[in-house]
Design a protein around this ligand. Structure first.
Ligand SMILES: Cc1cc2nc3c(=O)[nH]c(=O)nc-3n(C[C@H](O)[C@H](O)[C@H](O)COP(=O)(O)OP(=O)(O)OC[C@H]3O[C@@H](n4cnc5c(N)ncnc54)[C@H](O)[C@@H]3O)c2cc1C
Length: 387
């Protein structure tokens, strides 16, 4: 850990294996990602060499079984990786998050033996994946999507446009949701595995964003893109189930991203408050600085516990959907609150790009939006409470 920040240890118990893994990812993030973070943010582009290192470290196939080249681990380990990466760079975290919690997860769960053989080894070793559900006109109301899949003899022809696709610039494999039977409404929605270099598929505009600027967010264009029947993921008409169930798990990862980035910001605030002098003493000696630090650490620990609990529930096969929604909802609130307060603790310097804390603040905002807005999390929590 470089000087200028102090890592606050999570109070939460980790096993020895989890602690070692978390420390390995943390060292990698500080040594290799930290030096590039600000320039990747200003250029709006993630360093491809770092993505290669994610593969070498086994971070892109955490739950993929060993026979397919993965680490054969669980969601909780993905959560720890996302948290530690996000502590340094939230864009790095979301690349790893989407790969593990959405793309690999969906193929592991619904892929045929042939699909697992063809794609999991590549996803564990060299291919970035992306997950394309949203469109310009359908985000929260995801299943009103307009992309269509028309059945041919041995294939489907896909036409439409996807929007907001994380990893779109880097991905080689895309899970694309299209409606194969619009007359059935959401029961026509189907997931397809589409390779980047297939005719009729192209990646369009890349968004210029407020935060997580180094993470690519792209439009996808499908013009008579022919997808073989063997690349339908799960059955025709079950894409809504694939989407709901992967996103239920994926949003625990977004909770981890929010906890990680808020922890990173707090680490900086603790260190800075012990260095910065005002009125002849360290600002850390003022109660007006101590109490917000204590409050942030407490809220952060509560958010972390929600995230870890949801991941552990999922890994042991218990109900976790309400807990996952609570974890994402609460951790995104805490992340915004903490990163905003940390800027105040840095005073004027916090408002400049000379220090990394303004980036944490910008990066935090996405937590309330993707993988279900905060309102959608509240709707899920309320529905399950009232059931
Ligand atoms: C950086 C970034 C990366 C993304 N990555 C991906 C990705 O990889 N794959 C992907 O498929 N999508 C991705 N998305 C899309 C993201 O999931 C959607 O933006 C999100 O679901 C919200 O949809 P929307 O933007 O259409 O907003 P809308 O659905 O139009 O929502 C607008 C507002 O209305 C509220 N609202 C809508 N419906 C209700 C309701 N029923 N009750 C109460 N309030 C409601 C929302 O909470 C929100 O405040 C990404 C988005 C961003 C910004």
């Amino acid at each position: 850990m470089p000087s200028g920040e102090e890592k606050q240890s999570p109070l939460t118990q980790l096993t020895e294996e989890e602690r070692l893994f978390s420390e390995t990812v943390s060292s990698f993030a500080h040594e290799e990602i930290r030096p590039l973070s600000a320039s990747m943010d200003s250029e709006g582009k993630f360093d491809p060499n770092l993505i290669q290192k994610f593969f070498q470290l086994g971070l892109m196939g955490i739950e993929i079984p060993q026979p397919f080249g993965g680490a054969d681990s669980n969601l909780f380990m993905s959560i720890l990786a996302v948290e530690e990466l996000s502590r340094v760079d939230a864009s790095a975290a979301v690349i790893v998050d989407v790969q593990n919690t959405l793309v690999n997860n969906a193929i592991l769960r619904w892929g045929t033996e042939d699909q697992c053989q063809r794609y999991l080894p590549r996803l564990a070793s060299q291919w970035v994946g992306a997950y394309a559900l949203s469109e310009a006109g359908s985000g929260s109301d995801a299943f009103s999507l307009q992309t269509r899949a028309v059945a041919g003899k041995d294939s489907y022809l896909l036409n439409g446009q996807k929007m907001w696709v994380t990893n779109g610039a880097e991905a080689s494999l895309f899970i694309i949701f299209a409606n194969a039977n619009p007359e059935l409404g959401y029961k026509g929605v189907t997931a397809f595995l589409v390779e980047r270099d297939w005719p009729g598929f192209s990646v369009g505009k890349k968004e210029d964003k407020l935060g997580i600027r180094a993470s690519s967010t792209c439009e996808l264009i499908l013009e008579n893109c022919e997808v073989p029947v063997s690349n339908v993921l799960a059955d025709i008409g079950t894409g809504y189930k694939v989407a709901i169930e992967t996103l239920n798990e994926g949003r625990i990862g977004i909770g981890a991203q929010m906890v990680g980035l808020a922890s990173g910001a707090l680490d900086h605030a603790v260190a800075y408050s012990k260095e910065r002098q005002a009125f002849g003493q360290r600002i850390a000696d003022f109660q007006g600085i101590q109490f917000p630090l204590a409050e942030m650490a407490t809220q952060l620990e509560a958010a972390r516990l929600l995230v870890y609990n949801a991941a552990r529930l999922r890994d042991v096969g218990k109900d976790f959907v309400k807990e996952a929604a609570m974890a994402k909802y609460f951790s995104s609130i805490v992340a915004e609150r903490v990163t905003s307060k940390v800027i105040e603790i840095f005073g004027g310097y916090g408002y400049t790009k000379d220090y990394p804390v303004e980036k944490y603040f910008r990066d935090s905002k996405i937590g309330t939006i993707y993988e279900g807005t905060s309102n959608m999390q509240l709707a899920t929590i309320a529905k399950l409470l009232l059931e």
